[in-house]
Write a protein that binds this ligand. Structure first.
Ligand code: SF4
Length: 219
């Protein structure tokens, strides 16, 4: 299925049913598949897990509307990837946001068949980012282990072990960088702090400029 058909996709029965339940409970919510958004001339594709109930599933924009987005956008703004720290106000710079699974999963937990079913959309997004005629370095930033493994599986490269701020070369010029997901749980427990996430984003910026100054796997 083409990306242009994403909005009408109903390939995952459990998620279609869940959207119907959410739409019934929250009539104003988007409660449909959520595609990517951001700068059309993007060199960074941020890949999260899935829309959040009160975030993208409400607003229709990935990472807009919940605490994960607020944490993410503060970092994007501080590192020159967004025009404003407020997700509702910001435009993205050189960067686009998407999720592995485009529909809201119950309990924030997509199952394997849904990840596999949605991989066709992710592949199209990754293929566009990493197209052969792209002359400058590109970066995929995977948020969380599920996203890390989904990106690797979709690109048919070995995933290895997910590590915060770990990197995987995508050919000779492009790079996959992985980070803990800025979920409320990870942030509230201190698993992911602002300095840790800033370090990841500085690594991304360095890779875009051709310098890999922080490809270590240390937090
Ligand atoms: S998760 Fe992806 S494949 Fe499944 S219904 Fe939503 S858009 Fe379609």
């Amino acid at each position: 299925m083409k990306l242009a058909q994403l909005a009408s996709c109903r390939a995952c029965p459990r998620l279609v049913q869940h959207h119907a339940e959410v739409a019934s409970q929250y009539p104003d919510y988007h409660a449909r598949p959520v595609g990517s958004w951001g700068d059309k001339r993007y060199r960074v594709l941020v890949v999260g897990l899935a829309p959040g109930l009160h975030g993208a599933a409400r607003t229709g924009k990935a990472f807009v509307g919940d605490a994960s987005g607020e944490f993410l956008f503060e970092g994007l703004y501080d590192n020159g990837f967004a025009t404003d720290p407020d997700p509702q106000q910001a435009s993205l710079i050189n960067l686009r946001l998407t999720n592995v699974v485009k529909c809201l999963p119950p309990g924030n937990a997509p199952i394997a068949s849904e990840i596999n079913q949605c991989a066709g959309f992710l592949l199209q997004e990754l293929t566009h980012l990493l197209r052969p005629q792209a002359r400058q370095a590109r970066v995929v930033l995977a948020l969380g282990g599920v996203a890390h493994r989904a990106v690797c599986r979709t690109l048919q490269i070995p995933a290895g072990t997910f590590q915060h701020n770990g990197t995987v070369a995508l050919g000779s010029r492009h790079t996959l960088v992985s980070s803990f997901h800025p979920s409320r749980l990870n942030v509230n427990t201190g698993r992911l702090t602002r300095p840790m996430f800033d370090k990841v984003l500085r690594n991304v910026r360095s890779l875009l400029s051709g310098r890999d100054i922080a490809s270590s796997t240390a937090p």
